[in-house]
Design a binder for this molecule. Structure first.
Ligand code: EPZ
Length: 432
């Protein structure tokens, strides 16, 4: 089993290039199936979630041609199957975006119902409410979601989401873009990846206005056409490296980013005592002196992202004073704090939504397990700051969303390796 082994204590220094956004790409790939014409997507991150979704669309008949590691050509003309295998949904929740795109194009789709996961129950009632408002019949049978446009084609409607949901907003945009008439989505998610999806669809001939604001207006079109599109930079990968600089007392420039997307992250880094300099497409984080305690609450965009909550908590374990982190998006996203406490952190979770962190002088390396993607990244950050060696198990979760995570950290001077055996661990410890 692959692990990361880290020798902590080196301040990270230098610059790192950020990949395309995983959560944007997960929406753009199903969007490519809304046309029979070829869609070329560049700046795709080479991470397992994306590769699994590409396999899923190939399995239903789409032609997927890899132009290079980060560029793919998708041809939806050959899609022949409207039902997506449970295996894909089990591996990657976002396969359910194929519901929106297949329903939108063919008036019919069947995808396994995604279950909850380690961070929360993650219901999909808002997706279903949206599909039904567009005139689809939605049946839940034997663990499958079957949707059919009752009149052959979906019909635009006025939809108000009771909960701000990235997934529901994306699924309904995908379904509504070729519906008959106009759709208005109120209380949508405003994340950069929602805007990216709208931009790609508009480049294919869609008419979507207001993505990124409180109301999205879609004028249904009869057909979409080919496009070439570049995925936006990954806000969360960038934020993770920014916090890696903070937690190690380093000086790191994250390059190929959109600084505007990083504002809530930048603002928290400034609160805890880091200097942050913004340039056109890069941001430099310099951590001088000890970190300071702060309060933070996760919120939908433009608030502080829940996907940065574990990395922020890892940094606050070393901040002077008492910090609180409130998780308002998912009900079970503090599981990893037990692992940080095993490294010497002092975190008390109250109820399921608040972590109270008493800053400590230092963390100690330990053998820990990544419970999920972002918590895994946070444990690596803690290991980079800790005294001694940290072994992180279950790095398959980290590989879901970070391309070459250890290689990029090595490029910043970190002492981290990916290993598969005890011998490799011993060899690293002798050399580090
Ligand atoms: C997306 O998940 C991201 N995934 C998540 O990133 C991210 O944590 C999350 O948005 C919040 O920003 C992708 O983009 C593929 P939601 P999603 O629907 O769409 C509740 C990562 O680490 N809700 O915005 O599943 C839900 O339970 C991942 O990259 C309903 O109640 O999140 C949650 O409490 C993890 N009913 C809240 O809304 C619904 O029908 C927000 O969830 C839908 C959601």
């Amino acid at each position: 089993m692959e692990q990361y082994v880290i020798k902590g204590g080196t301040p990270l220094k230098g610059s790192v290039n950020i990949c395309g956004a995983k959560n944007a790409a997960l929406a753009l790939i199903p969007a490519a199936l809304l046309t029979e014409e070829p869609v070329v997507i560049s700046n795709l991150p080479d991470v397992s979630d994306i590769n699994i979704l590409l396999d899923a669309i190939a399995a239903i008949g789409a032609r997927v041609e890899r132009i290079n590691r980060h560029k793919v050509r998708i041809v939806g003309a050959t899609v022949s199957q409207l039902s997506v295998d449970y295996g894909y949904v089990d591996k990657i929740r976002a396969s359910y975006y194929l519901l929106g795109s297949l329903l939108g194009r063919f008036g019919e789709a069947e995808v396994a119902m995604p279950g909850g996961c380690v961070i929360g129950a993650r219901p999909i009632d808002q997706h279903i409410k949206g599909f039904e408002a567009l005139g689809a019949k939605v049946l839940l049978e034997n663990g499958q979601i079957k949707t059919t446009a009752t009149q052959g084609r979906l019909k635009g409607n006025h939809i108000y989401f009771d909960v701000v949901s990235v997934g529901a907003t994306i699924n309904i945009i995908l379904a509504a873009v070729m519906a008959e008439g106009n759709t208005i989505i109120e209380n949508p998610a405003k994340e950069p990846h929602v805007v990216d999806l709208a931009n790609m669809l508009n480049s294919m001939g869609a008419s979507i206005r207001g993505a990124g604001t409180d109301v999205i207006r879609i004028k249904g079109v009869d057909r979409l056409h080919k496009t070439e599109y570049t995925v936006i930079p990954d806000q969360i990968e960038a934020g993770t490296f920014m916090f890696a600089a903070a937690v190690t007392g380093g000086d790191v420039t994250v390059k190929k980013v959109i600084p505007k997307h990083l504002e809530s992250i930048t603002s928290k880094l400034v609160d805890i005592g880091c200097e942050v300099m913004e340039y056109d497409d890069s941001v430099r984080v310099v951590a001088r002196g000890p970190l300071r305690a702060t309060q933070v609450k996760t919120l939908p965009y433009p608030g502080f992202p829940t996907d940065m909550q574990p990395q922020m908590t890892a940094a606050l374990t070393l901040a002077q004073g008492l910090s609180t982190v409130t998780e308002s998006i998912f009900e079970n996203r503090f599981k990893y704090t037990g692992e940080l406490n095993r490294m010497g952190a002092k975190i008390k979770v109250e109820g399921s939504s608040t972590a109270i962190i008493t800053g400590v002088k230092g963390l100690q390396g330990a053998h820990v397990s990544a419970p999920d993607l972002r918590a895994g990244a946070a444990l690596v950050l803690a290991g980079l700051a800790a005294d001694g060696y940290t072994e992180v198990d279950d790095i398959k979760y980290i590989n879901r969303g970070y391309e070459n995570f250890h290689g990029k950290l090595q490029g910043l001077g970190a002492s981290i390796v990916k290993v598969e055996s005890e011998e490799e661990i011993e060899r690293f410890k002798k050399m580090a």
